[in-house]
Design a binder for this molecule. Structure first.
Ligand code: AHM
Ligand code: MG
Length: 332
């Protein structure tokens, strides 16, 4: 990375016009996520030191209570977004219900609601493996100045105005889209600044990676079993290679850069799969489509699904377009 690279802050200023109807609100929102992401990143990086600094759930050497990281991340994002008074509501994978933001002003006339999975894949933290934050932004549909209601959050994914994720990996990256392509920014931890490192990301139309928890094979629908056999067959560019971290963000990120498909299907045990439509699938689907890829529930586009509840789960097939097309063929 050279110093000529734009910082995220500069990028937002240069691309003000991308934020269509914006009075700067969406830019401020992305800025808040960038800030909270840095706070969480700092904490995630210390995770391996808990034995030294004090166990999670107990008190650290300073006598302060140590929080579990997913709880910490949840609070960090909610606090940042609330304090800056830029949204009118937040829904989080960590909270049962959505949060109404009233703000200090007489009327909260902010336009946007944010849905967030503050720390996805958190079971990987204990073993020093990458995790991520996922976020999704909608314009409210109820009248401005009133309290948000459930319907502001239950909008189909194709109504997203922005979505993105932060991957806490070997480097920390923020990847997001406001509907004009996808850009990736890498954090320089020495100075706490994100630099544009991956402009205009495009998912290869086809790749050779398939990512699925094959341990559940016995419970998969026949179409998924057949697709896996297809991936493993020796023919043309196959067999494909299998890569599965068990953290959606880095699994998706790798496939987006290299080309591949991520699948979390419905199983006989979990008829709707595991991943949450609003916090995980919709934002990832938005990014995938913005990068020229595809996301489906096996039969129809994820972004066209009409959500019925906040914590709804859906089967998820996402990544390189031609690979998702092929998996859908097997699902028929
Ligand atoms: P979480 O929201 O409880 O962290 O679970 C979501 C995670 C995803 O990051 C990952 O892709 C998936 O669960 C892995 O599930 P499994 O362990 O069943 O393969
Ligand atoms: Mg999650």
């Amino acid at each position: 990375m050279t110093i000529q690279n734009k910082t995220l802050g500069e990028f937002i200023i240069y691309n003000q016009d991308d934020f269509k109807y914006s009075s700067g609100e969406l830019s401020r929102l992305i800025n808040s996520i960038r800030l909270a992401g840095k706070v969480v990143n700092h904490e995630v990086n210390k995770a391996g030191l808990v034995d030294i600094l004090g166990a999670v759930g107990g008190a650290n050497v300073h006598g302060e209570d140590q929080q579990k990281l997913d709880v910490y991340a949840n609070e960090a994002f909610i606090k940042t977004l609330t304090n800056r008074e830029i949204v009118c509501g937040i829904a989080s994978e960590e909270e049962e219900d959505f949060i109404i933001i009233k703000g200090n002003k007489k009327n909260n006339d902010n336009k946007y609601v944010v849905l967030i999975d503050p720390l996805d894949g958190s079971s990987n933290i204990d073993v020093n493996v990458s995790v991520g934050t996922i976020f999704s932004v909608y314009r409210r549909i109820t009248p401005s100045g009133t309290e948000v209601t459930l319907e502001d959050f239950l909008q189909p994914g194709n109504k997203q105005v922005a979505a993105g994720y932060i991957v806490y990996g070997t480097s920390t990256m923020l990847v997001y889209s406001t509907g004009n392509g996808v850009n990736g920014f890498t954090l320089n931890p020495a100075i706490g600044t994100y630099y544009l490192s991956h402009p205009n990301i495009k998912i290869p139309e086809k790749g050779n990676i398939y990512s699925i928890n094959e341990g559940n094979y016995i419970h998969f629908p026949q179409g998924v079993k057949d697709y896996i056999k297809y991936c493993q067959k020796e023919e043309e560019d196959r067999p494909y290679t299998s890569r599965y971290i068990g953290s959606l963000v880095p699994d998706f990120h790798r496939n987006m850069i290299k080309g591949g498909i991520y699948i979390y299907p419905n199983t006989s045990k979990n008829p709707n799969g595991k991943l949450r439509l609003l916090y995980e699938c919709n934002p990832m689907a938005f990014i995938a489509e913005q990068a020229g890829g595809k996301a489906s529930n096996g039969f129809m586009p994820i972004l066209d699904l009409k959500p019925t509840e906040l914590h709804q789960r859906v089967p998820f097939f996402c990544g390189s377009k031609l690979m998702v097309d092929k998996a859908e063929e097997f699902m028929k």
